[in-house]
Design a protein around this ligand. Structure first.
Ligand SMILES: [Cu+2]
Length: 307
C-alpha cells in the first residue's frame, strides 16, 4: 500500500470512529443523561470542561494539519523557510493568554460546584440517611430511619434529599457511584464519608463500584430504584412485614467471607452496626453525625474534619 493510500485509509477510520461516537446519542452514555440536581451539576461541569478544552484542541489540530500540508517536503514547494525568528509579542500573548484564561474559568466553575456539592444547602427537612458499606464483593445498604437493610440494591424516594454515608468494610477502597444521580465518592475502611443525592425522576438506575477491588469487582453493580415517596413507603412496609431480619452473625458473614451474593432485603439489621464497624476499623468519621474516635483523630481535629 502506498503511503498516501495508508494515510487516506487511516483518516477514514478515524472519521468513522468519531462519527460513531457523535451520532450514537446520549442514551447509552448515562453520565450525559442526569436524573437529579447533583448529577445535573456534574453534567454541566463535563460540558463546560469539554468546551474549554475544545477551544484549545480544535485550533491546535487544525493548525497542525495545515502546517503538515503547507510545509511538507515536495519538489517545487515554495513555502518560505524562515528559521531565524524567536519572539512574537502577539503570538506569545495568544498562547499564554488563552490557557491562563481557560484555566481561570475552569478553576472558577470547578471550585464553585465542588464546594456547592460538598456542602449542600441546608433544607428545612433533614435529608434521609442511607448508610452504604462496600464489602468483598457486595454493597450493603442500611436505612437507619426505617431500620431495614438491603444488599446490592438501593431504594430512594423521588424528589427527596438523600444523604449517603459511605464506608468500606473489611475490603479495599472502592468508589460509590450512581452516574445518573450522584458522582463518585470513595469508600474506605474505618472512614465514613458523606455525599448528598437526589433523584427527580422515578426509574431504575445503574449503580457500580468505580474502583478496582479484586476478583469479584466486576460484579459489584447494583440497581438504584427511585420511586414516588408513597411507593417507597409501601416498599418499606412490605420489607418489614415479609423479609427476614439480618442477624449479627449473618452480617459478620457478609463482610468476613469474600464472595458474590444475590440481591437481598432485610426487615431489620443490628442497630448501629455501620457506626460500630467504622469505629472498629479506625473511626475516622467525616459525616458529622456520630462521634469521632479519639485515637483516630491524628493530625486533624474533629472540627476541621467535619467541615
Ligand atoms: Cu479521614
Amino acid at each position: 500500500m502506498s503511503k498516501q493510500k495508508l494515510l487516506r485509509r487511516s483518516g477514514f477510520f478515524i472519521m468513522a470512529a468519531l462519527a460513531m461516537v457523535l451520532l450514537s446519542g446520549c442514551e447509552q452514555y448515562i453520565v450525559l443523561d442526569p436524573k437529579g440536581p447533583v448529577a445535573e451539576v456534574e453534567y454541566r461541569m463535563i460540558v463546560i470542561s469539554t468546551i474549554l478544552c475544545a477551544i484549545v484542541v480544535i485550533p491546535v489540530l487544525a493548525i497542525f494539519a495545515y502546517v503538515v500540508y503547507r510545509f511538507r517536503d515536495k519538489p517545487g514547494n515554495n513555502a518560505p523557510y524562515t528559521p531565524h525568528w524567536d519572539e512574537s509579542k502577539v503570538l506569545e500573548i495568544i498562547w499564554w493568554g488563552v490557557p491562563i484564561l481557560i484555566i481561570g474559568i475552569l478553576g472558577y466553575f470547578t471550585a464553585r460546584d465542588t464546594f456547592a456539592l460538598a456542602n449542600p444547602p441546608k433544607t428545612e427537612e433533614p435529608p434521609m440517611v442511607i448508610q452504604v458499606s462496600s464489602m468483598d464483593w457486595k454493597w450493603v445498604f442500611h436505612y437507619p430511619d426505617q431500620n431495614i437493610a438491603t444488599v446490592n440494591e438501593v431504594h430512594i424516594p423521588v424528589g427527596k434529599r438523600v444523604e449517603f454515608q459511605v464506608t468500606a468494610d473489611n475490603a479495599p477502597m472502592n468508589s460509590f457511584w450512581i452516574p445518573q444521580i450522584v458522582g463518585q465518592t470513595y469508600t474506605m475502611p474505618g472512614m465514613a464519608m458523606k455525599l448528598g443525592a437526589q433523584a427527580d425522576h422515578p426509574g431504575q438506575y445503574f449503580g457500580s463500584g468505580a474502583n478496582f477491588t479484586g476478583k469479584g469487582f466486576a460484579h459489584m453493580q447494583f440497581k438504584a430504584i427511585a420511586e414516588e415517596p408513597a411507593k417507597f413507603e409501601q416498599w418499606v412496609t412490605n420489607v418489614k412485614q415479609t423479609k427476614p431480619a439480618l442477624t449479627r452473625a449473618e452480617y459478620e458473614k457478609l463482610y468476613s467471607v469474600p464472595g458474590l451474593v444475590d440481591k437481598q432485603e432485610y426487615s431489620s439489621y443490628p442497630k448501629g452496626i455501620f457506626e460500630e464497624r467504622v469505629m472498629e476499623n479506625g473511626g475516622d468519621n467525616h459525616t458529622g453525625h456520630f462521634e469521632h474516635k479519639e485515637a483516630a483523630k491524628g493530625e486533624m481535629s474533629k472540627e476541621s474534619m467535619n467541615k
